[in-house]
Design a protein around this ligand. Structure first.
Ligand code: ADP
Length: 285
């Protein structure tokens, strides 16, 4: 099993270009007469093997930034490079996981996991063993033939994680993947995700509005906010891996969460001075 830790990530040569490079990126949505500045001047490098969370309140542009990295939204300013080439359209070298598992209800767990392989027109029989390994890894042995309707929310999200990993992408983009789950299942999913990434090492960008979730999972936490919304803080998480629940009981964890909370509060206080903003830190003109 590959154990990832900060030292290991730090050991990756500095000369290696970042896997994801976001340079002065902005996004303004134009709707009718008004413009919404969702993201302004965001710059961020993510190195191979890092787990980086984008943290902030609703409406501060986290999903917009993630969707631009995925090539699903176009920046209105700046540029994004992935694996050394500019992101101009949706890419196959990434896996994406959304808040809802978005599984095909008529297909089994196994067939849902294999679905990207069919879309990519790769030989499905060559990926069955990997699909089974992934399902075993997330504790779904014996559930391969169940349909999504026969699985719990946590199980469905586990299937979605397997589906995102089946074609072995370098980069995983996760948009609040556990926020629809109950608190206990969410904690379990955080530990499960840590374990999965100890085995299948990936570069991850993870959107969340949970401070504890971000601190627990990440190598770095990037706080978004301000007016217009940009990057307020980029903070390394000093906890060794592998991480288990116990890390949350340490004084260091509490201190890190406090610093993140204070940064968010400062950004949000700034944002709330404009009553025109409909939510979070976005600006409406
Ligand atoms: P977050 O993920 O932090 O909750 P979003 O990136 O979803 O924030 O949204 C940032 C801002 O951009 C919000 O004010 C939101 O209403 C606005 N926004 C997001 N998508 C669109 C869109 N397609 N059209 C217009 N405004 C949008």
């Amino acid at each position: 099993m590959t154990i990832r830790n900060l030292q290991e990530v730090a050991a990756i040569p500095k000369s290696e270009p970042p896997l994801v490079s976001v340079k002065d990126v902005g996004k303004t949505y134009f709707t009718g007469q008004s413009a919404v500045h969702a993201v302004a001047s965001a710059s961020l490098d993510v190195r191979r093997g890092e787990f980086v969370s984008l943290l902030g309140p609703s409406g501060c542009g986290k999903s917009t930034l993630l969707m631009m990295i995925a090539g699903l939204e176009k920046p209105t300013a700046g540029s994004i490079d992935l694996l050394g080439s500019p992101v101009l359209a949706p890419r196959r070298d990434i896996g994406i996981i959304f808040q809802d598992a978005t599984l095909l209800p008529w297909k089994s767990a196994m067939d849902n996991v294999l679905f990207p392989i069919r879309i990519l027109k790769l030989p499905v029989h060559k990926y069955r063993q990997r699909a089974q390994e992934l399902l075993d890894m997330v504790g779904l042995t014996g559930f391969e033939h169940k349909k999504p309707g026969e699985l719990s929310g946590g199980m469905r999200q586990r299937v979605a994680i397997c589906r995102s990993l089946i074609h072995d992408p370098d980069i995983l983009l996760m948009d609040e993947p556990f926020s629809a789950l109950d608190a206990i299942t969410r904690d379990q999913m955080n530990v499960a995700l840590s374990e999965i990434l100890e085995t299948y090492r990936k570069t991850v960008i993870f959107v969340t509005h949970s401070i504890r979730e971000a601190a627990f999972l990440s190598d770095r936490v990037v706080v978004m906010g301000g007016r217009p919304s940009g990057i307020m803080l980029d903070m390394p998480m000093p906890f060794a891996r592998p991480r288990r629940f116990e890390v949350e009981e340490t004084v260091e964890f509490t201190q890190v969460c406090r610093e993140l909370r204070l940064t968010i509060e400062a950004a949000h206080g700034h944002a709330s001075s404009n009553h025109a903003a409909p939510k979070g830190a976005a600006v409406i003109e």
